[in-house]
Design a protein around this ligand. Structure first.
Ligand code: NAD
Length: 576
């Protein structure tokens, strides 16, 4: 199928009619079936993408620095993409650098409710063809996307994530390069495993499972904080044969735009993923009310997900199918130290787990429980690290932290810092400055009250709160941790005493979907620590695993009998 999407430069000069004809031709199902393929194909065994160092003088650093410089000089015009066609409404919003918020990187065009309708229709039309592709051919698109991201697209996607989402080079590299490459390499292998599972058969019959995609379209809604999640939420259902309407986060539009271009270059047919940036409530209202809504693939805050679920619940009976609702949501992630813990390992886990990417990871450590016997030592080590951390422009590689994402986040986090100044003790940090960039300095808070609100609520910023407990109350403290918040995403125990590790693992069994022993609770790797939490943290469908892909298929059982019975009577009926 010819690549029909117009490049950004040429789109404006083409007439609307020509564009629309081209798009319709492109998404119409092929008239003649493609030539078949005989043989059981196997996808390449997946391997985690190595994290590049960006050390001084390295080729990757030179390439990235050059792309950062060129991107900072550009002002990109980001279109809506429906059925492969780029649409510009003229009603635009700006994408800026959070660490230099007067610097505009892009203008993006907002979709209206009519565009969302068109996107749904385009997805359905594209689905008629895409759903019938051999799954290996769909997998090939994403395997190629992974390779493009590894090579020619790496600098662009990393630079967009750094400039528009204010990630340092290392945080961008592990997210927008490595994790997304891993999603695109591992999901095909998991799909292969899934498709291989078939029921029992014998000489008289052949039983088969047909792993159909869902009937309808999938609505993907993505968060600002991980480019890899933005890439995975629309593509995981697409891999399984679904077509998608994708609403990206307003504050991460630049990477979303480049991901669409990368996927087109990888051979993704028009209409399989349709990009509809816009007012979240308005876009969602149209998508969630459509009778053909087959599924929702969401990552973001608990409140938004609850709202979407309610909207769907209120309309049950109006859908053609029961929509699959998959959501990974908020967290209030803990580290608990036992008196036998290594104080240096604990301090590093607090520093990295709490403050990397400005604490804006769903998995970020934000409540810490330390025994009194260790606190002075751990505090001094942690404060030593925090006080060294440089905060600023992420293009200066010496900085450990950039800015928080936008004014709303800055104000919200600042209000928590103000609360801590009043109602707890700031151990170090507490400085906020929003004039040029949205900077919140790493802040460590100490409180006596185990139910203090900074230990309970998701702040989503670089504010870590410590509760010091009496050593004798270890077991009781585990109970407190289990019952303090509504969330259950990640958590960690630090202990050298194996009995304590076992006790924490059992007492906190339902308190985290990703549990760490002597390690920080962030940095899950695809294929190694399948990620997701329960309780108020989501449906725990483990992004980047077979468990997630299962949600995007709709299995059909087929029984074929080779010699059907020819008499309706059973032997027992022969005598009384
Ligand atoms: P958010 O909930 O503000 O936004 C997420 C998405 O929902 C965005 O695309 C946004 O535009 C959209 N949205 C906002 N209001 C909406 C509405 N009324 N109706 C429909 N859609 C709406 O979250 P965010 O600030 O982008 O991301 C931070 C949140 O995401 C945190 O709570 C964090 O814990 C969570 N998160 C969770 C995971 C996980 O795997 N559990 C991963 C990353 C982020």
């Amino acid at each position: 199928m010819a690549a029909p999407v117009l490049s950004a430069d040429h789109a404006a000069s083409k007439s609307a009619a020509a564009e629309s004809r081209q798009a319709l031709e492109a998404i119409a199902p092929a008239d003649a079936p493609l030539a078949g393929f005989a043989g059981t194909r196997r996808v390449p065994p997946p391997v985690n993408e190595p994290v590049k160092s960006y050390a001084p003088g390295s080729p990757e650093k030179l390439a990235l620095k050059a792309r950062l410089a060129s991107m900072a000089k550009e002002r990109v015009d980001i279109p809506i993409v429906i059925g492969g066609r780029e649409i510009r409404t003229g009603d635009t919003a700006q994408s800026v650098m959070p660490h230099d918020h007067a610097h505009v990187l892009a203008d993006w065009h907002k979709a209206t409710p009519a565009h969302v309708q068109q996107a749904i229709e385009a997805a359905k039309r594209a689905g008629a063809d895409w759903a019938n592709w051999a799954w290996e051919d769909r997998a090939a698109v994403f395997l190629r996307a992974a390779e493009l991201l590894t090579t020619t697209w790496r600098s662009t996607i990393n630079a967009a994530t750094m400039l528009n989402q204010s990630k340092t080079v290392y945080q961008a590299e592990i997210d927008s390069a490595c994790e997304l490459i891993d999603f695109w390499r591992f999901n095909p292998a998991y799909a292969q495993e899934l498709y291989q599972e078939q029921p029992l058969s014998n000489n008289t019959m052949w039983n088969q499972l047909d792993y159909r995609p869902l009937e309808g379209f999938v609505y993907a809604v993505t968060p600002f904080n991980f480019t890899s999640i933005a890439g995975n939420l629309p593509t995981a259902p697409a891999l399984m044969g679904n077509t998608v309407v994708w609403k990206p986060a307003a504050s991460a539009m630049l990477s979303a735009h480049y991901l669409m271009q990368l996927l087109r270059e990888a051979g993704l047919p028009p209409g399989v993923i349709n990009l509809v940036p816009g007012d979240p409530a308005q876009v969602s209202q149209v998508a969630l009310s459509h009778r053909d809504l087959a599924g929702v693939h969401f990552t973001g805050s608990t409140a938004v997900f609850n709202g979407m679920w309610k909207t769907i619940g209120a309309q049950m009976g109006s859908y053609a199918n029961y929509p699959r609702i998959v959501g990974e949501t908020g967290g209030k992630d803990f580290i608990v130290a036992h008196p036998s813990a290594d104080p240096q390992a604990l301090a590093v886990a607090i520093a990295r787990g709490g403050f990397e990417y400005q604490g804006q990871k769903c998995s970020a450590a934000s409540r810490i429980y330390v025994p009194r016997s260790m606190w002075n030592d751990v505090r001094d080590r942690t404060v030593g690290m925090i006080d060294e951390m440089k905060v600023g422009d992420v293009t200066d590689f010496r900085n450990f932290m950039g800015a928080v994402i936008d004014k709303k986040a800055f104000d919200k986090i600042s209000s928590y810092v103000a609360d801590a100044k009043q109602n707890a003790r700031i151990v170090t940090g507490g400085k906020v400055e929003g004039k040029d960039g949205y900077f919140v300095h790493p802040t460590l808070v100490e409180t006596e009250d185990p139910r203090y609100r900074l230990l309970c609520e998701e702040i989503f910023g670089p504010v870590v709160t410590v509760h010091v407990y009496d050593d004798a109350r270890w077991t009781e403290t585990l109970q407190v941790i289990d019952t303090t918040t509504a969330y259950a995403l990640t958590g960690a125990v630090f202990a050298n005493d194996r009995r304590a590790v076992r006790e924490a693992q059992m007492a906190l069994r339902d308190a985290a979907g990703n549990f760490y022993v002597n390690d920080k609770p962030t940095g899950a790797v695809v294929g190694q620590q399948p990620f997701g939490g329960a309780r108020g943290s989501g449906t725990n469908d483990k992004a980047g695993s077979k468990l997630n892909l299962v949600r995007w298929i709709n299995a059909r059982s087929i029984k074929e009998t080779f010699s059907p019975p020819l008499d309706y009577k059973y032997p027992f009926m022969a005598e009384k």
